[in-house]
Design a protein. Structure first.
Length: 150
């Protein structure tokens, strides 16, 4: 009996460690935990946002890097938040430098109360092209899933 409980506890613990689930257009799911996201090349920038006070340093992998790691290289994706909010993005609009899936704010992991633990962030202060309703709508906080569209 105790072996079964230990196996179940291990499975539950592993499921809780997953921060992001990426589903390819053919239905394959790739799960990312914090260690995997942070093992990818990291991008860091400081920017102000319309949701925070002052400038914040965000760090994490580029969305494009995560999508490629999951096998999504073209088309569109839906970004899903914990509260079922979602936004669509075209991969053609992504770059190697932005947006990032922020795993850290000011050097530390952040939780749901601070719009985390994952937040899709653009370098809003870098130009007027980032002060756009479409960019703001795509800045999904409490990001939990990305779904590749056919």
């Amino acid at each position: 009996m105790s072996v079964i409980l230990m196996l179940l506890a291990g499975t539950m613990s592993q499921a809780q460690d997953v921060l992001l689930r990426v589903t390819t257009p053919n239905g394959q799911e790739v799960a990312f935990d914090r260690a995997t996201l942070e093992s990818l090349p990291q991008i860091s920038f400081e920017t102000s946002t319309i949701w925070t006070e002052g400038k914040v340093r965000f760090a994490g992998p580029a969305l494009l890097t995560v999508l490629r790691k999951a096998g999504i290289t073209a088309g569109k994706v839906e970004l899903w938040a914990l509260n079922d909010y979602f936004a669509d993005l075209d991969l053609a609009d992504l770059t190697e430098g932005w947006p990032i899936i922020a795993t850290r704010r000011d050097g530390a992991p952040f939780g749901v109360r601070d719009n985390g633990p994952l937040w899709l962030v653009y370098p809003y202060d870098r130009g007027t092209e980032f002060a756009d309703e479409g960019i703001y709508a795509a800045s999904v906080w409490q990001l939990v899933a990305v779904v590749g569209l056919p």
